[in-house]
Ligand binder design. Sequence first.
Ligand code: ADP
Ligand code: MG
Length: 265
Amino acid sequence: MGNAVLEKLHLALGTLRLCEADALLESHLQRAAQADRPYAEFLLEVLEAEVRARQDSRYHNAVKRARFPFTKSLDQFDFAFQPSIDPVQIRELQTLRFAHEASNVLFLGPPGVGKTHLAVALAVEAVKAGFSAQFITAHDLVSDLGKAAREGRLDRRLRAYVNPKVLVIDEVGYLPLDDVGATLFFQLVSTRYERGSILLTSNKSYGDWGSVFGDAVMATAVLDRLLHHSTTLNIRGDSYRLKERKKAGLLAPLDRKEEQANNGR
Ligand code: ADP
Ligand code: MG
């Protein structure tokens, strides 16, 4: 093939922004010539490489934008260690029906049982399937919305948390919310209602949400919307963090107290 044709090919691929095909053109051409392959096969190979590269880069960008604290998968979760989790429920969640239906998933349980791990892993699955996702702790969410409200730009900021199809709100209940925080949280939940999924983790059972939201009426209003279309996973088990430290022989006296408290539950 003449250099002029090759140059024009590169130009055309560049104009169409088929970057992967552009970068690998020579090697594809060489392989096709050597193997004497049908034209259609060559074209398919080039286009499939382009599609794969685009999907990869979309996935990596979406993961970066989601701001996960880590990217762990369901495969990395030891379900044998946490028998209170129903594998049937996990398989159902893996179908991502929750994301298609904009329903919520709530992970409840004591510290270290894998609530954040599971919420992130499901959100990562959703991103793989093409959904947009965002991770934020309840504390950061409320302080970000509070700041926006004070600066008169709450609507715009709320939109940023309504747009992602999957929103992970981590650690609801670790810190109690004041009146303004509770109202902002309620506003977010009701704006997302039936529009996008919330994956929420909390160390507090629903009965204790009154103390998190400062009053029972507000907690009921939030729960009413969150739970209407939802799945709850109540994880009752030992802390995985504690197990790992125990294995490493690093159990400090403080941890032993935590362990006794857990055993006494
Ligand atoms: P939680 O949010 O419930 O406090 P995390 O999800 O942050 O707990 O889990 C604490 C750490 O232990 C994380 O590094 C997580 O990946 C790991 N972990 C927790 N449970 C499991 C498990 N069953 N299998 C594998 N890793 C786990
Ligand atoms: Mg957590």
